[in-house]
Design a protein around this ligand. Structure first.
Ligand code: 87F
Length: 552
């Protein structure tokens, strides 16, 4: 029988984190049980074995392979490696044998489905309907809108064979569905009564990226929703662009606890086929890069012209429709990992966590195990009945310490520990994932406590992220200050003349190993711009405040 005390357990947890190994030795994984003295010996033995290995990398590899528990890199030290480890060790993804493609495990899909449910309900309130269009695009149609496809052509993947035979005409795999959907729009829209036409589809798309693939952030296949709508007037289209952008803000802020900046993209950064692009932007302090969280475009009448999407208005005249398109993708999940994750792994905002509360029995010598298991089951039942996603971990082949690390790695917001003392005192111990704080809570108030804690965790995650991201914002007026701020990995708010040539020039002048600076967005929330304020880059009169920085 494994016998632990609470103090020892926390020590084991720490040791486990340092050596990353002892609890997942063969016996640990296969159900063999060890006395505590043996375990401590294992820790010491492992540490000795580790120090005797000269190569740091070899050690890292060994630890990673053996345990899958602790992280070998720290977020603040090697962000890229840290990220790659977290997404795998927390069981969000698994690697696939095709570069840039990842297996999305249930831990990911639950998060995705939660956001999907929210968004799907909201767009249905807006009378937007779901549809599904084919994965394949014919060559002719894909190339119909030249401006649209031009810059993207190298990323399009093609099917060229069936079995051993070459296809007569290669078929593209959708990188986005404008060209798949709009021929049907043209067919379905005849008169003003057919408008608005508002469709959404949940699907995968393929973009054969060549730059460094990163799970969720830059992958060759990803999941998204793409909305495509057509209206009789520009006013209706304009209104919808902002309504959808507000839903994207809510996904990030209310579900993922990530603060965003809403704004408009520059002419250079907008979707080339459209009229204007709005986005929600997030800043990743560790890398000093902005990331586009989701986009909502007004396409104007460009695609309508190309695909002949017109209608007869009330006066009997032919008119082109006004179109929008908008999307958010599984990138949201990567942003969440980057913003909230820490040196123990993932930190899940409670709203999207598949498991919000994990309940772990803590066996002691001579404890009444039946009573402990019963108390755990009862806590699960009470919490589930109150609408929480609670589970217990009764696996008998892992120690409590191992389970603590495991669920911390997976980012579960709250852990409840129940041992014999808790039974005696009719209480449970609750531990927060975000800040590690512990509290003993009477069983009678469990539901209220958990409710408060979860909402507090959300708020606290959001506020922490906001403080960090705000600390990276810098207002500059001159080129010199701009360069200083860029080197300090800031997102830079600067008065700008809004000229494309000037943005190109800034890009050229900041080109380097880390990538050039570009505009992220012009925030809707504009500080005042006194008459006579000059553009930081060109010295011409400034027209607006714009965020600049390096980006993903
Ligand atoms: C890659 C290959 C081919 C992005 C591409 O943002 C085409 C494209 O059109 C392409 N990568 N885009 C832009 C997508 C624009 C737009 N599509 C509908 C959205 C929202 C959803």
């Amino acid at each position: 029988m494994i016998v632990y005390g609470r103090a020892l357990l926390s020590r084991i947890s720490v040791c486990n984190w340092i050596s990353g190994s002892f609890l997942s030795t063969e016996s640990g994984r296969t159900g063999g049980k060890k006395e505590i003295s043996n375990l401590v010996q294992d820790i010491v033995g492992m540490a000795t074995a580790n120090t005797s290995t000269n190569s740091k990398n070899a050690r890292k590899k060994e630890v990673k392979k053996e345990t899958g528990l602790c992280l070998t890199t720290k977020k603040g030290e090697s962000f890229g490696e840290w990220y790659s480890e977290v997404v795998v060790n927390s069981e969000l993804i698994e690697y696939h044998d095709i570069s840039g493609c990842y297996i999305l495990r249930p831990w990911t899909m639950t998060i995705w489905e939660t956001m999907q449910t929210f968004f799907d309900v909201e767009i249905k309130k807006m009378n937007i309907k779901n549809a599904y269009f084919p994965l394949f695009v014919s060559k002719n149609v894909l190339q119909k809108e030249k401006d649209h496809i031009e810059g993207f052509a190298p990323e399009v993947a093609w099917v060229t064979k069936s079995g051993q035979n070459d296809l007569e005409v290669p078929i593209a795999i959708r990188p986005t569905s404008e060209t798949v959907m709009y021929p049907s729009f043209s067919k379905w829209i005849r008169g003003h009564r057919d408008l608005p036409l508002k469709l959404n589809q949940w699907c995968n798309v393929v973009r054969w990226e060549f730059s460094h693939p990163t799970p969720f952030i830059r992958s060759r296949e990803f999941l998204w929703q793409e909305g495509h709508t057509a209206f009789a007037t520009k006013e209706e289209a304009d209104k919808e662009v902002l309504e959808i952008l507000e839903l994207y803000r809510r996904i990030y802020e209310d579900y993922l606890a990530i603060p965003v900046v809403k704004g408009r993209k520059s002419e250079l950064e907008k979707f080339a086929g459209g009229l204007y692009t709005t986005s929600v932007e997030i800043f990743i302090p560790n890398t000093g890069r902005g990331i586009q969280g989701a986009t909502s475009h007004c396409l104007g009448q460009n695609f309508a012209k190309m695909f002949e999407i017109d209608f007869e208005n009330e006066k009997g005249e032919k008119s082109l429709v006004w179109q929008n398109s908008w999307a958010y993708s599984t990138r949201t999940i990567g942003v969440m990992v980057m913003v909230h994750g820490d040196d123990k792994g993932l930190v899940l905002p409670p709203k999207v966590a598949a498991v919000q509360i994990i309940i772990i029995p803590v066996p002691y010598k001579d404890a009444d195990m039946e009573a402990i298991f019963a108390a755990c089951s009862s806590a699960v039942q009470t919490l589930q009945a109150a609408g929480f996603r609670a589970e217990h971990d009764f696996r008998d082949n892992y120690s409590p310490g191992w389970k603590y690390s495991h669920w911390e790695m997976k980012g579960v917001p709250l852990r409840i520990e129940i041992g014999p003392k808790d039974i005696d005192k009719n209480q449970v111990r609750i531990v927060r994932r975000d800040n590690g704080s512990k509290a003993d809570v009477p069983t009678t108030n469990l539901v209220e406590h958990v409710r408060d804690l979860l909402s507090n965790i959300h708020e606290s995650l959001f506020n922490t992220a906001k403080v960090k991201s705000d600390a990276c914002k810098k207002i500059v007026y001159t080129w010199e200050d701009f360069i200083t701020a860029l080197n300090e990995k800031k997102w830079i708010l600067a008065p700008w003349c809004d000229e494309e040539e000037v943005e190109k020039d800034v890009k050229a002048r900041t080109k380097g190993e880390l990538g050039a600076a570009k505009t992220l967005c012009s925030p809707f929330d504009q500080p005042s711009l006194p008459e006579g304020t000059l553009c930081f880059a060109s010295g011409k009169p400034a027209k607006k405040w714009t965020y600049w920085g390096r980006s993903y």
